[in-house]
Design a protein around this ligand. Sequence first.
Ligand SMILES: [Ca+2]
Length: 272
Amino acid sequence: MNHSLRFIRRPAMISLFLALLLIAVPIALAATVNLSGTLNPGPTYNRGAGCGSLSTWGTAVYYTTRTITLGVGGTHIFELTSGFADPYLFLYRDSFNPASPLTNCVASDDDSGVGLLPKMTANVPAGNYILVITSYNNGESGPFSGYMSGPGIGVVISFNDGRINRFEQYAQAAIYAVDYGTGTGLHIYSIDEATGEGTLALEVTPEMIAAVPELPAANTLIAATADGRIALYRLTTGEYQVNTGPNAEGYIDVVIFDELSPLSSYYTYRFH
Ligand SMILES: [Ca+2]
């Protein structure tokens, strides 16, 4: 589905002079991982008959889910090699809503494996996915086992060019600590959605950072771009926060970090 491409970035090209340093590095390779568990009786939903329409047979099936990050795109296989009577697999992009089971569905399989076991093949881009393990018939439950394999399984992409938000393949901005001689500042690059290219959007000097207390009484703006699309704050906790967006789909990325260092711990989230 083409709409599922909307969050994809190429490895960001920050600038020509940094290009040689900028490599998206797969830091963990595990081409095949175990896929075992138990489908327990519990909440039910009306599964799809594939991704295109709702089933009129599997109207109240149990389900269990696995969240999967594919670090690179390509053809991936999800196969159950043993299980309850008639398992069925679905793959969703970004999120799965059992009340809307056709939304975000990118692949499905019922019986392409041995007997009635599913073997789902999905050629999909890098990104976040939800694997749904469910059944053909209502009321089925029990243990299952199998595997997932493909180039993106177990691959975590890290940018090793010194950016603070180094594990965010789909970020709207890349945040760099910069030594100004008089102290450490930040250079924040805006990443173009379509091309993955970065443009220096906000330069924050050590003086601008020092002008705000280390532990302000309220979260305080340090600097922002003229259009307001990228903004740096000092939080009451002493942490820094960069907001970027909204992008074309209305999403704002938030990165919160402790130190002006590429080794800083950080966390990030995206909201609409
Ligand atoms: Ca099946």
